[in-house]
Design a protein around this ligand. Structure first.
Ligand code: FES
Length: 111
């Protein structure tokens, strides 16, 4: 199993969970009640699965696709270590990854 740590938007609550190889980070987050909507269910058509990866862990992730980068440009509160959780598939290389839930989880709709 692959250990992942979620940090709440206010930085106070942390939740340590474990996922299976091949599972998406979004599915894992949702299975544990983390507040990520994932409105488009992984089809890169929203940014409601936006997470902020711990700076120390960011380099362990495979690079984002151009489509993901484009969508991240629209994500509220995106940072240099932001990613879309639906695009991150768990691998043993990601064991111990820490990600934070952004404080502004806002859909593109209504903009
Ligand atoms: Fe919509 Fe990830 S769930 S882009």
């Amino acid at each position: 199993m692959i250990a992942i740590r979620f940090i709440s938007a206010n930085g106070i609550a942390t939740q340590a969970v474990e996922g299976a190889e091949g599972e998406s980070l979004l599915a894992l987050a949702q299975a544990h009640g983390q507040p990520l909507e994932g409105t488009c269910e992984g089809s890169l058509a929203c940014s409601t699965c936006h997470v902020i990866v711990a700076a120390d862990d960011f380099a362990r992730l495979p690079p984002a696709s151009e489509e993901e980068e484009d969508m991240l440009d629209l994500a509220a509160g995106a940072t240099r270590t932001s990613r879309l959780a639906c695009q991150i598939m768990l691998t043993p290389a990601l064991d111990g990854l820490t990600v934070r839930i952004p404080s502004e989880a806002r859909d593109m709709r209504g903009r």
